[in-house]
Design a protein around this ligand. Structure first.
Ligand code: 5GP
Ligand code: ZN
Length: 113
């Protein structure tokens, strides 16, 4: 599964992506179809299909902290930003490697679609 997974392949450098940040736990890159001036996807290096399969609190914590650091660096921390984890069909998950979207740089509506 991890061999063919799109985000695993980006993590391994087999598919190019505009990298934004990385550490031992996770990798962040620009979304190929950005929904806002800043739209970055933060993924764990280790393959996990979705939040439903996560077994430790650290995984999601590392994603959130990396997103927070990128938001600061991109200058959207004070103005505000949104972090989203889509899980399975009703949320519109399309890539089944856990990822946290960091979206900002414009006002956003609530509730989301
Ligand atoms: P999901 O819909 O699963 O929450 O989010 C998947 C995201 O991955 C989408 O926003 C989509 O635009 C992005 N995406 C899909 N394929 C690629 C790709 O090859 N490269 C990059 N950088 N983003 C991708
Ligand atoms: Zn994967």
């Amino acid at each position: 599964m991890a061999d063919a997974c799109l985000f695993c392949r980006i993590v391994r450098g087999e598919i190019p992506a505009k990298m934004v940040a990385e550490n031992e736990h996770c990798v962040a890159f620009r979304d190929i179809n950005p929904q806002a001036p800043t739209h970055v996807v933060v993924v764990p290096r280790a393959h996990v299909a979705s939040l439903n399969e996560v077994s430790d609190a650290g995984t999601v914590g590392e994603l959130a902290l990396m997103a927070r650091e990128i938001a600061k660096r991109e200058g959207i921390a004070d103005g505000g930003y949104r972090t989203v984890i889509n899980t399975n069909a009703d949320a519109g998950q399309t890539v089944f490697h856990l990822h946290l979207h960091l979206i900002g740089g414009r006002p956003m509506g609530w509730p989301p679609g």
